[in-house]
Design a protein around this ligand. Structure first.
Ligand code: NAP
Length: 556
C-alpha cells in the first residue's frame, strides 16, 4: 500500500480495497469459530451487523443499579458492555442479566470482569473470572472480553467452553503507561483466533494517536480490531479511530461514569463529535496548545459545523510541543488549527505565509491548509477586539487604554492603532509595554496617571479577573475613567472589572464577544461560509452557565 496520511489510506478502504477487505472478513466469519470449530458460537458477521459503532460501558454498585443504568442507555444505544468487575459479587447478577437480555433482544452485550492486575476491579482469581464469563455467556451475553494476561494463563479448552456457550471472544490488552509495541501485542493475541482483538494504549502525546491509527489501518484486514488510546491526549483516537479501522469504540453512559481514562460519554460522542457521521472525507480541525482541556472552542466549532452542515470535526489538541503538533497536522492530516498558548508565536516559522498583522504582532491564532497542502496563518484575535469596538464607536482618534502587553494585548494594540486609535499601554512590567509601544507606534502610561486620565475605552488584556487568578481585580474604581469598558477575560462572564464598570453606569463589552468573534472569523477562513455567530454565542453562554452552576453545586 502506498505510504500516505491515515485519512488517505483509510479512504482507499471505501474504494478498491473494499472488496478484498470484505471478503477477508467474510472468509473468517463464515467459518465456525475456534480452531476446532465450535459450531454453536455466533457468526462474527451477525454480531458485527447488530452491534453498531459505539459500545457504552455500564457499571453500578449493585446488580439492580447496573441494570437500571443499562435500561436508560439501551433506549439510545443498543450496544453495551457490562462491567461485572464493578460488582462486589458478579455471579449474583447473572440471573437478572439473563432476564434483561431475554426481554431486550435488540441489545448486544459484552461481558467483562477485568481483574485488578489488568486495570479492572475484580479481586478474584483467573479461574473465578473465567467462571463468571462463561456463565455470562450462558446468560446471553454475545461477547466476552478476556484480558491477554488471563488468556495466557488459561487452557485453550477453557476459552472454547466460553465460545461453546454461544459468545464470541474479545482478547484485549491494556497499556496504562504508553503507546508502544502495538504490532508485537497483536502478534501475541493472533494465535488465540479470537473473533475480536482489542488493543488499548495510553496517549502521552498527540503523535501517539497517529501511532494507534496507523496500526489500525495496517492491521484492519487481518482481524476485527478495536483500537483506542486512553488519556486526555487520546481523544483523537476515540473520535477518528473508527475511520482508521477500529470496529467500534467505547463510551461512558454519562460524564463522570468513565471506565477508562479519557473515555467520552455517549451524548458528547454523538452530539459534539458526531461520531456517527465521520467518514473518510470528514475534514479535521482542532485547537492546539496547553492547556486546552477546558477550551470552549471544540463545543463552539463543532456546533457551527453541524449547524452549517459542514462535514468536519474539531478536536482538542493538548500539546506544548510544536513537533508533536506538526506530526499530527501532516499525518491525519488536519485542515485547520486554532492556535493558542504557548504555540502562537512558534507556529509562525512553520507556515508558508501569514497575513501582514500576524507578522507584525508576531503571533498567529488561525491556520488553514490550502488546496496545495500548504499552511497559511491569520490572526483573528485582532478583528475580534476591533470589531466589537467599531460597532460601538468610531476608532479613529479614539483614546484607548490597553492593560497588559502579552499576546492578547499585542493583537489589541496593533489592531487599534491600525484603525487610527490613540493607544496608551500600561503593563506590570514597564519594559514590555515600552517595547510594544515602540513597535506598534503607541505610547505608554504610568499607573499613577490613570486616576486623572479619561479614555474612550479601557481594554483589559491581562488575566486578572479570570476564575482562580489572583489578585481578583487590577484597577481601583477611581482609575476607571472611560466611556466604555472591554474585558478580554471571558470566564467568568462578569469579571470584577466588568462589575465595577457597571456599578459606575458604564457600558461594557465582555470577553465572550471577543471569543465568539475570533472563532467566527476562524470558521469563515476555514469554510468560506458566514459563521452562525448567534448560535456560537448561545452555545458558549450555555456552557459557561452550566460550568458556573456545577461549580456552585460542588461548593454547596
Ligand atoms: P500573556 O501573553 O501571558 O500576557 C499576560 C499579560 O498580563 C502580560 O502583560 C502580563 O504582564 C499581564 N499580567 C499577568 N499577570 C498579571 C498580574 N498579576 N498583574 C498585572 N498584570 C499581569 O496572556 P495573553 O495571551 O495576552 O492573554 C491575556 C488574557 O486575555 C487571558 O488571560 C485571557 O483571559 C484573555 N484572552 C481572551 C481571549 C478571548 O477570546 N476573549 C483571547 C485571548 C486572550 P507581565 O508582562 O508583567 O508579565
Amino acid at each position: 500500500m502506498k505510504a500516505g496520511t491515515v485519512a488517505e489510506r483509510s479512504s482507499t478502504a471505501h474504494g478498491n480495497n473494499a472488496g478484498s477487505r470484505q471478503r477477508a472478513r467474510e472468509t473468517s466469519a463464515d467459518t465456525p469459530f475456534g480452531k476446532n470449530g465450535a459450531a454453536s458460537t455466533m457468526s462474527t458477521l451477525y454480531i458485527r451487523a447488530r452491534m453498531g459503532k459505539i459500545c457504552v460501558a455500564i457499571t453500578g454498585p449493585t446488580p439492580a443499579e447496573m441494570l437500571e443504568n443499562a435500561e436508560k442507555v439501551v433506549r439510545e444505544n443498543h450496544f453495551v458492555e457490562f462491567r461485572l468487575d464493578y460488582l462486589p459479587n458478579p455471579l449474583a447478577a447473572l440471573p437478572k442479566l439473563k432476564q434483561f437480555l431475554y426481554e431486550r433482544s435488540e441489545v448486544t452485550a459484552i461481558a467483562t470482569c477485568r481483574r485488578v492486575t489488568g486495570g479492572g476491579k475484580f479481586k478474584g482469581t483467573i479461574a473465578a473470572e473465567l467462571e463468571i464469563l462463561e456463565k455470562a455467556a450462558a446468560a446471553g451475553c454475545h461477547l466476552v472480553d478476556v484480558e491477554l494476561q488471563t488468556a495466557e494463563h488459561t487452557k485453550p479448552a477453557q476459552l472454547e467452553r466460553i465460545r461453546a456457550r454461544g459468545a464470541a471472544l474479545i482478547i484485549s490488552y491494556h497499556d496504562f503507561e504508553s503507546t508502544k509495541d502495538l504490532d508485537k501485542v497483536f502478534e501475541k493475541i493472533k494465535p488465540y483466533h479470537a473473533e475480536f482483538i482489542k488493543i488499548v494504549s495510553t496517549a502521552k502525546t498527540l503523535s501517539d494517536n497517529v501511532t494507534m491509527m496507523r496500526f489500525l489501518d495496517r492491521r484492519r484486514d487481518e482481524a476485527n480490531l478495536i483500537g483506542i488510546s486512553m488519556g486526555e491526549q487520546g481523544t483523537i483516537s476515540r473520535v477518528l479511530g473508527l475511520r482508521a479501522g477500529s470496529v467500534f469504540t467505547f463510551a461512558s453512559a454519562h460524564a463522570g461514569g468513565e471506565t477508562g481514562p479519557g473515555q467520552i460519554d455517549l451524548r458528547t460522542l454523538r452530539e459534539t463529535w458526531r461520531i456517527d457521521q465521520i467518514d473518510a472525507s470528514t475534514k479535521v480541525y482542532g485547537v492546539a496548545g496547553n492547556p486546552v482541556r477546558h477550551s470552549l472552542s471544540p463545543l463552539m466549532h463543532n456546533m457551527a459545523f453541524r449547524r452549517e452542515t459542514v462535514n468536519a470535526v474539531f478536536l482538542p489538541l493538548q500539546t506544548g510541543r510544536m513537533n508533536d503538533l506538526l506530526t499530527l497536522v501532516e499525518e491525519v492530516p488536519l485542515h485547520g488549527l486554532a492556535v493558542t498558548m504557548p504555540l502562537k508565536a512558534e507556529i509562525l516559522k512553520h507556515l508558508e505565509k501569514t497575513d501582514a498583522l500576524s507578522e507584525k504582532i508576531g503571533a498567529c491564532n488561525t491556520v488553514v491548509r490550502s488546496q496545495d497542502g500548504k499552511l497559511y496563518g491569520f490572526n483573528t484575535d485582532v478583528a475580534a477586539v476591533v470589531r466589537p469596538l467599531e460597532r460601538r464607536l468610531s476608532l479613529k482618534g479614539a483614546k484607548i487604554l490597553v492593560l497588559g502587553a502579552g499576546g492578547a494585548a499585542r493583537a489589541a494594540v496593533f489592531g487599534l492603532v491600525d484603525k487610527g486609535a490613540d493607544v496608551a499601554i500600561w503593563n506590570r512590567t514597564p519594559e514590555t509595554a515600552k517595547k510594544l509601544a515602540r513597535q506598534a507606534k503607541a505610547k505608554t502610561i504610568r499607573r499613577e496617571q490613570l486616576a486623572k486620565t479619561s479614555f474612550d475605552v479601557i481594554v483589559n488584556a491581562t488575566p486578572i479577573g479570570m476564575r482562580g487568578v489572583k489578585p481578583a481585580y487590577l484597577l481601583e474604581p477611581k482609575e476607571i475613567n472611560a466611556r466604555l469598558v472591554f474585558d478580554l477575560v471571558y470566564n467568568p462572564i462578569e469579571t470584577s472589572f466588568i462589575r465595577m464598570a457597571r456599578e459606575k453606569g458604564l457600558p461594557v463589552v465582555t470577553g465572550i464577544e471577543m471569543f465568539v468573534q475570533q472563532g467566527a472569523r476562524q470558521f469563515e477562513i476555514w469554510t468560506g461560509k458566514p459563521a452562525p455567530e448567534s448560535e456560537m454565542l448561545r452555545v458558549v453562554l450555555h456552557a459557561l452557565k452550566h460550568e458556573r452552576e456545577a461549580a456552585a453545586g460542588a461548593k454547596a
